[in-house]
Design a protein around this ligand. Structure first.
Ligand SMILES: Cc1cc2nc3c(=O)[nH]c(=O)nc-3n(C[C@H](O)[C@H](O)[C@H](O)COP(=O)(O)OP(=O)(O)OC[C@H]3O[C@@H](n4cnc5c(N)ncnc54)[C@H](O)[C@@H]3O)c2cc1C
Length: 487
């Protein structure tokens, strides 16, 4: 409607549902695994659900690209914890999706088995496998020593500081020459897990994440089929960027970029931590101080992927190719997708400062940089025929890859981020205390938020006897064994 001064007066749209006793209405913001998990569960419980998604696609930090003519995951690609306890296992099993297990070890450090690495010095010489394995064990020893240090001190410190102190105490663990470079490579891999540099990762919290058994498995056909199944039948509005969330007497009023407003009983907010940190969504009234603190104090790191597609395979038949260097910043690694999928693709994965520096480049320059790293170790490498570059750190829809514990900050911040505020429920990887930074973590927080939301609304309407715990709704009701290749 337009008034005489030519001002656009936006009228709130009517409530998305007529308020009936048995059909409370909920908006889920974000269509990543947390959002889809929550929306599915609420729909199964007969709630009226709309998902508002800012991008023109679903999935968030899970994105399977098909432009090479086959699936390549440019966000998450592993299922961490290849086991029945994984909340995604029933769905993946039911869809018959194959998993390629890269490691049977559950540790965060070794999502690939040591024998599946081929590391090279920058002069193109392959590091002897015996040295790779020996230094792998030295690195584990260093972390055990760092653990002792943590038990002795109340003050937190960074992993980098802890390693420096361990080296002071235990000079026998120090390495020289090539061995030192291999050690830096392990540190680089650890930094990749947290998507941040060792001088920012908290010693107190780095291993607080719960690791499900069964090791780490690559989704051979990509994560997309799982997303499609979760999204089936849901009312998902793409290109709906939420800008304002108002809590008032009528319920929750949610405004999107084009000015349209939705009025509902409750909202499940699953936007990434980076988006919350950027204050691009205005909350009225403001979120409580403890919630704002959690948003400010949980850290978010950046990891990107540069996928290089070649016309033929010219690299060794291993799962991981690595470049060792005298600093972890100078090290790098490539995931060999050929081993798992049969397609001639190497995926370069920079994290932390290196990822930030590469993000300043054009896609072409970033792909050339990745290729130059490969050329250092394999001088006869042929030029890629296609490439893909992700931008998780700079994309306004993510502003980071996944969260981690910053030095000196409390670990329960993740829980504080999750705790509801009145009729606002929070989900997403950063709200997961147990499985931070993972797909299954995001998914399970979505289910949890849906359950709490359902309970809250039914209690409010005096119908709580109608509450049935969802425990994953239809997604977890059928158990089919996972299809696992290797190990
Ligand atoms: C490069 C990379 C590799 C990874 N590898 C793995 C892996 O191998 N295994 C693993 O388990 N995990 C991995 N992760 C982490 C995993 O991808 C995430 O933890 C998980 O996907 C997060 O899901 P989510 O639902 O919490 O958030 P998201 O998937 O980010 O979903 C949030 C949604 O909100 C939308 N949104 C943002 N702002 C707004 C707004 N204002 N209005 C409406 N919608 C909005 C976004 O577009 C997005 O769709 C990786 C992540 C990255 C980036």
């Amino acid at each position: 409607m337009e008034n005489r001064n030519n001002l656009h007066i936006k009228k709130a749209s009517p409530p998305i549902v007529e308020r009936q006793k048995h059909s409370p209405s909920v908006i889920v913001i974000g269509s990543g695994f947390a959002g889809l998990g929550a929306a599915r569960a609420l729909k199964n419980a007969s709630f009226e659900v709309i998902v508002l998604e800012s991008r023109d696609r679903i999935g968030g930090r899970v994105y399977t690209d098909y432009s090479f003519g086959f699936p390549v995951d440019m966000g998450a690609s592993w299922l961490h914890g290849v086991c029945e306890e994984n909340p995604l296992a029933p769905l993946i099993g039911r869809l018959g999706l194959p998993l390629y297990r890269t490691s049977g070890d559950n540790s965060v450090l070794f999502d690939h088995d040591l024998e599946s690495y081929a590391l090279f010095d920058t002069d193109g010489h392959q590091v002897p496998q015996e040295l790779v394995e020996r230094i792998g064990h030295v690195f584990e020893n260093i972390l055990e020593e760092a653990n002792k240090l943590r038990q002795e001190t109340t003050e937190d410190m960074s992993i980098a500081q802890a390693i420096a102190s361990v080296m002071e105490r235990r000079p026998d663990l120090r390495q020289e020459g090539l061995a030192h470079k291999v050690l830096q490579w392990y540190l680089c891999r650890m930094e990749g897990w947290f998507a941040s540099d060792a001088d920012t990762i908290s010693l107190k919290h780095w291993d607080k994440e719960v690791l499900l058994p069964g090791g780490h498995g690559l989704m051979v056909r990509g994560y997309r089929p799982v997303l499609n199944t979760l999204a089936r039948g849901l009312d998902i509005r793409l290109r709906h960027r939420v800008t304002k969330i108002f809590r008032g007497k009528k319920g929750v009023e949610i405004t999107v970029e084009n000015g349209k407003t939705f009025v509902v009983d409750a909202a499940v907010i699953t936007v990434p931590l980076g988006v919350l940190k950027a204050n691009s969504i205005k909350f009225e009234p403001r979120l409580p101080e403890w919630k704002e603190e959690a948003i400010a104090d949980i850290a978010i790191g950046t990891e990107n992927k540069i996928a290089l597609h070649f016309d033929k395979v010219f690299w060794p038949n291993v799962e991981f190719l690595g470049v060792v260097s005298s600093t972890s910043y100078g090290c790098s690694y490539f995931l060999n997708l050929h081993k798992a999928t049969g397609h001639p693709v190497l995926v370069y994965m920079p994290a932390g400062r290196l990822a930030h520096d590469i993000a300043k480049m054009s896609d072409k320059a970033a792909a050339s940089f990745a290729f130059s790293q490969l050329k250092e170790i394999l001088p006869d490498a042929s030029e890629p025929i296609q490439y893909l570059v992700s931008h998780w750190g700079t994309d306004v829809n993510s502003l980071g890859s996944y969260s981690y514990g910053a030095v000196g900050k409390a670990y329960d911040l993740h829980e504080k981020l999750r705790v509801p505020v009145d009729n606002l429920f929070f989900a997403g990887e950063a709200t997961s205390l147990k499985y931070t930074g993972t797909v299954h973590g995001a998914f399970s927080t979505g289910l949890m938020a849906a359950e709490e939301c359902q309970m809250h609304l039914l209690e409010r309407n005096g119908e709580s006897e109608g509450f049935h715990p969802m425990s994953g709704g239809e997604t977890t009701s059928i158990s089919v064994p996972l299809l696992i290749s290797r190990i």
